[in-house]
Design a protein around this ligand. Structure first.
Ligand SMILES: Cc1cc2nc3c(=O)[nH]c(=O)nc-3n(C[C@H](O)[C@H](O)[C@H](O)COP(=O)(O)OP(=O)(O)OC[C@H]3O[C@@H](n4cnc5c(N)ncnc54)[C@H](O)[C@@H]3O)c2cc1C
Length: 512
C-alpha cells in the first residue's frame, strides 16, 4: 500500500471491481481495500445472472423488451418513487456493460426469464458463464494495469478538509493507516451482515429470517458517507427473495437438503398466516420477489398446509404442477455445463428451453417429512383442531379457511384471491394434516445513501459531495419499497453503477 492514490475503492465486489477497472484504464492510480480474505462479495459468490435490455443476444433472438418499455415498467412498478435518471442510465448502459464484461473475459448467456411468472415474456436475464474464474481474471487484469488490492483491510473513515476528500482511514489487523486520496468510491455491499441494523430497519419480524447475503457487508460504507453528510434513505428496502423452510440454497439445489419438503413448499398449495387466514394467490410462488414480499407482509412467516392424501399423490405420481425452482435448476445445469469458448453473441437458449412442468414422484417423502418434523420444520396434526392447537392458530379461523379453500378447489374458482383454476388441485380434507413452517429469506439490502445518476453521494441539502461516490448495494435510487420484479437487476446495478462511478471519477480527477 502506498501513501497516496488518485482514488480508493472500499470493497471488491462487482461494483468496486468495475469502478477500479474503469479508473486504471484511464491511467488513474487506484487502491481497492477489501475486508475479506477473499474478494468478490455477493457479486462473485452468489449472483448468477445479470439484467440487460437490447443486448446483442436479445436482438438475435428477435424478441426483446425495448429500453423504453423497460423504463416505463421499472418506473411504474416503483410508482415513480425511485430515481428516473438513475433507472434510465442503468437501462441505457446495460447492454453495453454486457459487451464490456465479455471483452474483459466475463461472458454471459441470455436464458430468458427463469421464474415461471415471467417465462412467457421476453427475457432480460443473462447468466454468467464460469463466473468465479472470470471474476478473478478481471481482478488480475485490474492489477496488471497498475491497480492495487489489499485484502483483510477495511475502509473505516472518509477524511475531509473544507468539504474536499483528503484520504481514507483503513484498518488492517490492529494497524490503522490514513491513506491520501481525492476520490473515495464506496462499494461495500450494504448492511445485510449487520444484524442490529437489519433488526432496526427491516419492516418485519426478523427472528427466523434466513439471510443469504454477504455477511461482511455491515454498513461501514453507508455509515462513513453518512458521517460526512450523506443523505440516508430507503433503509427499510430489503431484497426479500422467495421464502424458505431450510436454507434456500438447499431448495435451489434440486436433490440437496430435504428434497420432498423443498418440492412441496415451493408449489402453489394452500398457505395460511399465523392467524390461520389465507393471504395470497399462492401462484406468487412463481415470482421470487412477489413471493418474498407476501412472506414479509405476513411478518416473515406462514404455513403451507397439506393433507396426507396430497402427499401420497406426490409420493407416487408425476403431478403436472411445476415447482418454483424447477426451471431455474434445469437451466442452471445447462449453464454449468458450458465453457466460455462455447458461448458466442449469437447464442440464446430462449427457444431451447423445455421444462417438464411436473413434480414427483417424491419417493423419499415419508423419511423426509419425518426428518422435518424432528427438525421442528413441520408440524403434524391428526385433525385440523389438533394442528391448529400445535401451531397456535385459532381453530375456528383455520377450519373456516380450509373449508373456503376446499370449496374453491371443488368449484374450480377462487373467489378470494382468484388463483388460476388449474392450480386449484388439492383440497385439505383427509388427515393427518401437516403445516410446513415457511419463513422469509433475504439476499441483501438495497437502500443506503442517496446518489445521482453518476453515483455521486448526495448530502442532506441535496447537493453533491465532491469526490465521494456510492455504488451497488450501498446506493439508494433504483427502487421504491420493494426489489423489482425484473430478474438480475441488483447485479446489473452493481456492475453498471461501478462503471459509471469510475468513469465520472476519472473525469473529476482529470479536472482537479
Ligand atoms: C444468494 C444470492 C443470489 C443472488 N443472485 C442474484 C442474481 O442472480 N442476479 C442479481 O441481479 N442479483 C443477485 N443477487 C444480489 C447481488 O448479488 C448483489 O446485489 C450485488 O452483487 C451487490 O454487489 P456489490 O458490488 O454492491 O456488493 P458485493 O458484491 O457484496 O461486494 C461488497 C464487498 O465489500 C466488502 N466489504 C464490506 N465491508 C467492507 C469494508 N468496510 N472495507 C472493505 N471492504 C468491505 C465485502 O467483503 C465484499 O467483498 C444475489 C444475492 C445473493 C446473496
Amino acid at each position: 500500500m502506498d501513501a497516496s492514490y488518485d482514488a480508493i475503492i472500499v470493497g471488491l465486489g462487482g461494483a468496486g471491481l468495475s469502478a477500479g477497472v474503469e479508473l486504471v484504464e484511464k491511467g488513474k492510480r487506484v487502491l481497492v481495500v477489501e475486508k475479506g480474505k477473499d474478494w468478490g462479495g455477493a457479486s462473485k459468490w452468489a449472483a448468477e445472472g445479470i439484467f440487460a435490455v437490447e443486448s446483442q443476444q436479445q436482438i438475435n433472438a428477435g424478441d426483446y423488451t425495448t429500453r423504453d418499455q423497460m423504463f416505463h415498467h421499472l418506473m411504474n412498478y416503483s410508482h415513480w418513487r425511485n430515481n428516473g435518471r438513475i433507472v434510465r442510465k442503468l437501462i441505457n448502459k446495460s447492454a453495453e456493460t454486457l459487451d464490456w464484461l465479455a471483452a474483459h473475459g466475463m461472458k454471459t448467456l441470455l436464458v430468458g426469464n427463469l421464474q415461471d411468472y415471467h417465462f412467457g415474456k421476453t427475457g432480460t436475464y443473462h447468466m454468467f458463464i464460469d463466473k468465479f474464474h472470470s471474476f478473478d481474471k478481471l481482478v488480475d487484469y485490474f492489477i496488471s494495469k497498475g491497480g492495487q488490492v489489499v485484502t483483510e483491510t477495511e475502509g473505516q473513515k472518509i477524511l475531509t478538509e473544507n468539504g474536499r476528500v483528503t484520504g481514507l482511514r483503513v484498518k488492517h489487523g490492529d494497524q490503522v493507516t490514513d491513506v491520501k486520496t481525492t476520490v473515495v468510491i464506496v462499494a461495500d455491499g450494504g448492511f445485510i451482515g449487520n444484524s442490529k441494523m437489519v433488526k432496526q430497519y427491516m419492516d418485519q419480524d426478523t427472528t427466523d429470517l434466513y439471510v443469504a447475503g454477504e455477511l461482511k457487508a455491515t454498513g461501514d460504507g453507508i455509515n462513513m458517507v453518512h458521517k460526512i453528510g450523506g443523505q440516508m434513505r430507503g433503509f427499510t428496502n430489503f431484497q426479500n427473495h422467495n421464502a424458505c423452510v431450510y436454507p434456500t440454497f438447499e431448495a435451489t439445489g434440486s436433490q440437496g437438503g430435504n428434497h420432498s419438503i423443498n418440492q412441496i413448499y415451493s408449489l402453489p398449495l394452500l398457505w395460511v398466516n399465523r392467524r390461520g387466514e389465507r393471504f395470497a394467490d399462492e401462484s406468487v410462488v412463481y415470482d421470487s420477489v412477489l413471493w418474498g414480499n407476501v412472506t414479509a407482509k405476513q411478518n416473515g412467516q406462514y404455513f403451507a398446509l397439506v393433507d396426507q392424501k396430497t402427499l401420497d399423490d406426490f409420493k407416487t405420481k408425476r403431478v403436472p404442477m411445476l415447482g418454483a425452482y424447477t426451471r431455474y435448476f434445469q437451466v442452471k445445469k445447462f449453464i454449468d455445463s458450458l465453457k466460455p469458448e462455447d458461448v458466442s453473441s449469437e447464442m440464446t437458449v430462449l427457444q431451447q428451453l423445455h421444462v417438464d412442468a411436473a413434480t414427483g414422484p417424491l419417493t423419499t417423502m415419508d423419511q423426509d417429512f419425518q426428518q422435518a418434523i424432528s427438525d421442528g420444520k413441520v408440524v403434524k396434526g391428526d385433525s385440523i383442531a389438533d394442528l391448529a392447537e400445535q401451531i397456535d392458530v385459532d381453530q375456528a379461523t383455520l377450519t373456516q379457511t380450509i373449508s373456503a379453500y376446499n370449496g374453491a378447489v371443488k368449484g374450480h374458482y377462487d373467489p378470494e384471491f382468484n388463483k388460476d383454476a388449474r392450480l386449484l388441485k388439492y383440497d385439505v380434507a383427509e388427515g393427518p394434516f401437516y403445516a410446513i413452517k415457511v419463513h422469509s429469506a433475504v439476499l441483501g439490502t438495497i437502500g443506503g445513501i442517496v446518489v445521482d445518476e453518476n453515483m455521486h453521494a448526495i448530502n442532506t441539502q441535496d447537493k453533491v459531495i465532491p469526490g465521494v461516490y456510492v455504488t451497488g448495494a450501498d446506493a439508494t435510487g433504483m427502487y421504491d419499497n420493494s426489489y423489482s420484479d425484473v430478474e438480475g437487476i441488483t447485479c446489473a446495478f452493481a456492475w453498471n453503477s461501478g462503471r459509471i462511478a469510475g468513469e465520472d471519477a476519472a473525469r473529476f480527477l482529470s479536472k482537479d
